[in-house]
Write a protein that binds this ligand. Structure first.
Ligand SMILES: C[S@@+](CC[C@H](N)C(=O)[O-])C[C@H]1O[C@@H](n2cnc3c(N)ncnc32)[C@H](O)[C@@H]1O
Length: 333
């Protein structure tokens, strides 16, 4: 998660840096410098940068690109048929008997919690949520969601009529940690466990406030149990970069769903080739992130799996108010 923030912030700063020049030119062009205060100037430039990015993303709207895609896909009917129960309910985590206290929550997503207002988090996907989800037809669909974090996608998908089963790492496993020397990793595990616990609390906090019916299965994402049943759509949002064997997860989802949505950070230098790049080095100590991907990396593998209908879009999302480009690959059989 931290890495995802760092990578996107770094990239955003570069972009903001180059846009400073053009925004600066615009400001000079309209009659000189209006603002003397560094902070105010920065704020205005950031706002202009956001406007420019928003305008650009509107033009290349993922919605337009995907408008025809889903209509032409013969997705099987929703699983389960209305009213039918899939799997033994004991498979899933029970919501905590007492809703976690707000002060024990850490929100990964900026999200509105009914009765409590807006929670601040690392990623604000509110404006671009449909692009993020590949405009998948969610109404009445059974959706498998890998890695919900605070559950913003979960609850948004429910709002759109989906029946969501989310898969999250159990406490005793924690993460696909990059195996740096134990002396270093031992300084990570404790604080990380605390953070993960607080993010899980935020999921259950939102679950209660939204009166969500979403199910959560804590377990090994590389071995999803048959008992989870079949899904119409599986969503892998910004999770594969954190996993040592991302293609194994795609394969697991492909075995259970008729359509897939994969969203991850867009790396312009990789785009066009079916490649991924190892992120951790001896020096950078990025213990929580394994890969940078190109969209074509997934497209090619999805075709191997028989998901031959694919579409790639890019869109802008916000991390701590900084714009960041992501890609979404949608695929169906
Ligand atoms: C960066 S967050 C993304 C949250 C959300 N899917 C989104 O797109 O905004 C990554 C999520 O994936 C989960 N995750 C990371 N490794 C995982 C694994 N091996 N198995 C299941 N979930 C994992 C994390 O706990 C977290 O919930």
């Amino acid at each position: 998660m931290l890495r995802r923030m760092k990578v996107s912030l770094g990239r955003s700063l570069q972009r903001v840096g180059s846009s400073f020049q053009s925004v600066g030119r615009i400001l000079r062009g309209v009659g000189g410098i209006l603002l003397n205060s560094g902070n105010a100037k920065h704020e205005l430039i950031t706002r202009l940068q956001r406007k420019l990015v928003t305008r650009r993303s509107r033009k290349t709207s993922a919605a337009l690109t995907l408008a025809g895609f889903w209509e032409t896909q013969a997705l099987p009917r929703a699983y389960p048929p209305e009213g039918e129960v899939v799997g033994d309910d004991s498979l899933y985590a029970q919501p905590p008997s007492k809703v976690p206290r707000l002060e024990d929550c850490r929100f990964y997503h900026v999200m509105e919690i009914p009765g409590y207002g807006l929670m601040q988090g690392d990623w604000d996907l509110r404006q671009g949520i449909d692009d993020y989800l590949g405009h998948a037809p969610l109404a009445g669909r059974r959706v498998l969601e890998i890695g919900p974090a605070s559950g913003f996608l979960t609850f948004e998908m429910e709002k759109r009529g989906a029946h969501v089963v989310a898969v999250e790492v159990p406490d005793d496993y924690g993460w696909d940690f990059v195996p740096y020397p134990a002396s270093f990793m031992e300084t990570i595990y404790g604080p990380r466990r605390e953070e993960q616990r607080a993010v899980k609390n935020s999921f259950w906090f939102g679950h209660a406030a939204h009166q969500s019916k979403a199910k959560l299965w804590y377990g090994d994402v590389y071995n999803l149990p048959e008992a989870l049943g079949r899904f119409d759509i599986a969503v892998m949002g910004s999770v594969l970069l954190h996993c040592h064997s991302p293609l194994k997860i795609v394969e697991q989802c492909a075995m259970r769903a008729g359509a897939l949505v994969i969203t991850d950070l867009f790396n312009p230098d990789l785009a066009g080739e079916p490649v991924c790049r190892l992120v951790p080095t001896r020096e950078n100590r990025l213990w929580d992130t394994w890969w940078s991907f190109s969209p074509e990396f997934f497209v090619q593998f999805l075709e191997v799996l028989g998901f031959v209908n694919t579409k790639v879009t890019t869109h802008v999302q916000y991390a701590s108010e900084n714009p960041s480009t992501l890609f979404t690959v949608v695929a169906s059989i």
